[in-house]
Design a protein around this ligand. Structure first.
Ligand code: FES
Ligand code: FE2
Length: 395
């Protein structure tokens, strides 16, 4: 028998503990504690242009829903199984008002009202007794937001200061490519892995600079002095660096809970306060998408193709090139579909991650105990959210 020292026995992969993830950080479905927390906020479901006369399926927070726009311009988001006998409204036809089911023709409006039962006498004498489950939607900044939580807790849709004061020659560009993950538009791992990456400024020095060469700009590759702070809306980190020209860069990155991510230009192409932000859309427990909004000059298409290796886009990289040039997508998907928190060993440079987890857990607890989370407002007067994020330069 081979004698092994106790320390070596502990290190044997055979002896590792059964791993687990922390449900309150990752789950998004209805009825879970974290899913109920997320449902206390308006969530992005699609760009406004995606709601058309042709109904389509969208998956948000683990729920499959039918999104459409009727002839009067009203967008609707309905539970897909028709209230009559359950066929999918995906096969329905939009009308001037509402959507007509393909099977027996019942029509439902965006608030679930049954407008017609054409096979019933007089179009359905008792049709007021029927309704289609729905979620309220609002459109702002070129996106469709839905409120999927308890109706009596519906907050006002927030406004963000960086998107509110456009000049006459400016517009808000919607980028649905999940820019910021460096990967595909729909990422195939849990959304919180990306969210906590935003509070991990130190990975920039290794993953984005030294591991495979400079992915952003050389000034971002120097070790920053980092501090973190909680804000009224979430958490922020400040990273101070001396740039190659001798000036000091004070970079502030923040999260506006539960899904707002505010990351100033990592290539330092924009200085000053941020001119946009991103909303993460948890699709289900193992998929998410990011919608980035940016104020741009009219006519700017915002089509700045990411250049990874030899000018290639992410999807053009071979498996060998993904290993040669790993970015955010590779690092975060590499943690698994849902990371195993029990195996994490947080170190001194993970302070932002541990602070975020602590805050998120506390907010989930707050909602579970019947109270309101930070970031919800019930009056229009309180709807404006001011951000601190930006790339600030001092001589
Ligand atoms: S199943 Fe929709 S109208 Fe009958
Ligand atoms: Fe990154």
């Amino acid at each position: 028998m081979i004698e092994s020292k106790p320390a070596q026995a502990t290190r044997s992969a055979y002896n590792r503990a059964e791993p687990s993830f922390e449900r309150d950080l990752v789950e998004v479905t209805r009825g879970t504690r974290a899913g109920e927390y997320l449902r206390r906020f308006w969530q992005v479901v699609a760009p406004s242009v995606d709601a058309t006369r042709t109904p389509q399926m969208v998956r948000v927070l683990g729920e499959d829903l039918v999104l459409y726009r009727d002839g009067s311009g009203t967008a609707g988001l309905l539970y897909p199984r028709c209230a009559h006998r359950g066929t999918s409204l995906y096969y329905g036809r939009t009308e001037e008002h509402g959507i007509r089911c393909c099977y027996h023709g019942w029509v439902f409006d965006a608030d679930g009202t049954c407008l017609d039962q054409p096979l019933e006498p007089d179009g359905g004498r008792a049709r007021d007794n029927y309704f289609q489950p729905y979620y309220p939607v609002e459109e702002r900044y070129g996106l469709i937001f839905a409120y999927m939580g308890p109706p009596e807790k519906q907050p006002v849709l927030p406004r963000y200061d960086c998107l509110e004061h456009l000049a006459a020659d400016e517009t808000i560009l919607v980028d649905a490519t999940s820019r910021g993950t460096g990967g595909p538009a729909i990422c195939d791992f849990n959304w919180f892995q990306h969210y906590e990456n935003v509070m991990d400024p130190f990975h920039v020095v290794v993953l984005h600079d030294s591991f495979s060469g400079t992915q952003f700009v050389p000034d971002m590759g120097t070790m920053p002095e980092v501090t973190y702070a909680y804000t009224p809306r979430g958490i922020k980190s400040q990273q101070v660096r001396t740039m190659s020209d001798g000036r000091t860069l004070r970079r502030v990155t923040e999260l506006a809970l539960p899904t707002g991510r505010i990351v100033p230009s990592p290539t330092l192409s924009i200085f000053g306060p941020v001119t946009g932000l991103g909303f993460m859309m948890p699709i289900d427990d193992t998929h998410f998408r990011i919608y980035n909004l940016n104020v741009a000059k009219n006519g700017d298409t915002g089509d700045r193709r990411g250049s990874l290796l030899g000018g290639k886009a992410w999807r053009e990289l071979t498996p060998a090139e993904h290993r040669q040039f790993p970015g955010d997508y590779e690092a975060q998907s590499g943690q698994g579909e849902i990371t195993l928190h029990s195996e994490d060993r947080l170190a001194s440079t993970d302070r932002g991650v541990s602070m975020l987890r602590k805050l998120f857990r506390a907010e989930v607890d707050l909602v579970a105990s019947g109270r309101d989370p930070i970031g919800v407002a019930f009056n229009e007067a309180d709807a404006l959210i001011r951000l601190d994020a930006g790339n600030y330069v001092a001589e």
